[in-house]
Ligand binder design. Structure first.
Ligand code: SAH
Length: 389
């Protein structure tokens, strides 16, 4: 038997460097904040998983449907009904949300073809996320999708950072991304003075906001440049991300979900469970731009024409499913805490350790329940559609 050439496998990332590799597309730079490499949603289908705690994200997908349908149809007509259409969902995560989007795109394409007497194309549906994403849980839902798409659609997984090249040049017709682009490729320098808080707050120095904004500018521009290489002319992109609608960059709602996370961590600092300096050195690789910031970056990058740019407000209470409303406030606090836990647990564990997590989200749930007004705080979502020039 021939021996395997070991030079072919220079290293196994999960064994030699904790799986970090260069999946963020930041040129192999060592990240000052190692927990950023743990960014991914909680996998599996257990009670704390993303798959079971992403009702809010699903509502957002439903609400942004008209923009996707309109752009899918316009793309198809403009490109004169190509025989094969390649669609990508960037930041698909684990669970079934991505299939809601893919089914809707495929159904829209098929309905328009039928209306115009054209043969429906084959669709190549590419689901992307970071390599640590639980793709297995996602693929378990593929059977439902295959049933609705009548055998003319094909699913594949594309592990990698969307801040790096993912697809061959000029191959994509339609790109979608929901609730992913507010995650940055790395944390900027200059957050040392952001004490006692995991994100920008009203008391953060202005330099903290500027550092975050610059990182978002850098990341979002490179995202656009990379996609412009991968997309064909007149291809479409629909991007949905968390944003803000207040001019003052330091104004942060007192009950904003990250503020509640900071408060809960501070509780644990006061109880001596978390060290001050550990909280001070933890910041989220996250940024919520306003419409003006998004527009400016798209215009400066120059590869795309802006179609729609909409701002939606979502009631945080929508992260709960309908039956939660029947359960009273305390249970609702728990559900909301689970929703935030599902998106932040891997990073929190990487920095603070597993032991604090249950206590932390018990505090979080209590904060939600204590502030009755929290239940109806709005989360701002930006939706932008782009046409590749
Ligand atoms: N689109 C899904 C998931 C949103 S959760 C939904 O609407 O339900 C955000 C996802 O973005 C996570 O799974 C996270 O791993 C992924 N993500 C964050 N940064 C990424 C990057 N640089 N490249 C690829 N995926 C990324």
């Amino acid at each position: 038997m021939q021996e395997t050439d070991s030079s072919f496998f220079p290293f196994v990332p999960s064994l030699s460097d904790g799986g970090k590799g260069d999946r963020y597309g930041n040129g192999g730079k060592t990240n000052m904040y190692p927990f950023v490499s743990a960014l991914s949603m909680t996998g599996g289908d257990g009670e704390n998983s993303y798959a079971c705690n992403s009702h809010l994200q699903r509502k957002v997908i439903e609400k942004t449907r008209p923009v996707r349908v309109k752009n899918t149809k316009e793309m198809l007509i403009k490109l004169d009904f190509p025989p094969c259409i390649k669609v990508a969902d960037l930041g698909c995560s684990s669970g079934q949300n991505t299939f809601l989007v893919m089914s809707e795109i495929v159904n829209t394409i098929n309905a328009l073809c039928q209306e115009r007497g054209r043969d429906p194309p084959e669709t190549d549906c590419c689901l992307n996320d970071l390599p640590d994403n639980d793709f297995n849980t996602t693929f378990k839902f593929a059977c439902f999708f295959n049933k609705t798409s009548k055998g003319s659609s094909f699913i594949s997984g594309v592990p990698g950072s969307f801040y790096s090249r993912l697809f061959p040049g000029k191959s994509l017709h339609f790109v979608h991304s929901s609730y992913s682009l507010h995650w940055l490729s790395e944390l900027p320098r200059g957050l040392e003075d952001n004490k006692g808080s995991v994100f920008i707050t009203g008391s953060s120095p202005r330099t903290v906001y500027e550092a975050y904004l610059n990182q978002f500018r850098k990341d979002f521009s490179s995202f656009l440049r990379l996609r412009s290489e991968e997309m064909i002319c007149d291809g479409r992109m629909v991007l949905t991300l968390i944003g803000r609608n207040v001019r003052d960059p330091l104004y942060r709602d007192c009950c904003h979900f990250w503020t509640l996370l900071s408060k809960s961590l501070l509780d644990l600092v006061h109880e001596g469970i978390v060290r001050d300096e550990d909280l001070d050195s933890f910041n989220l690789p996250f940024y919520d731009p306003d419409e003006g910031e998004v527009k400016e970056i798209i215009r400066n990058e120059g590869s795309f024409e802006i179609g729609e740019l909409e701002t939606h407000e979502f009631d945080l209470g929508q992260s709960l499913d309908e039956r939660d409303y029947m359960l009273g406030r305390d249970k609702s606090g728990e559900r909301e805490a689970n929703c935030i836990r599902a998106v932040s647990e891997p990073m929190l564990v990487a920095h603070f350790g597993q032991d604090i997590i249950d206590a932390l989200f018990e505090k979080y749930a209590r904060h939600v329940s204590r502030h009755s007004d929290c239940r109806h705080k709005s989360t701002v979502t930006l939706v932008v559609s782009l046409v590749k020039k």
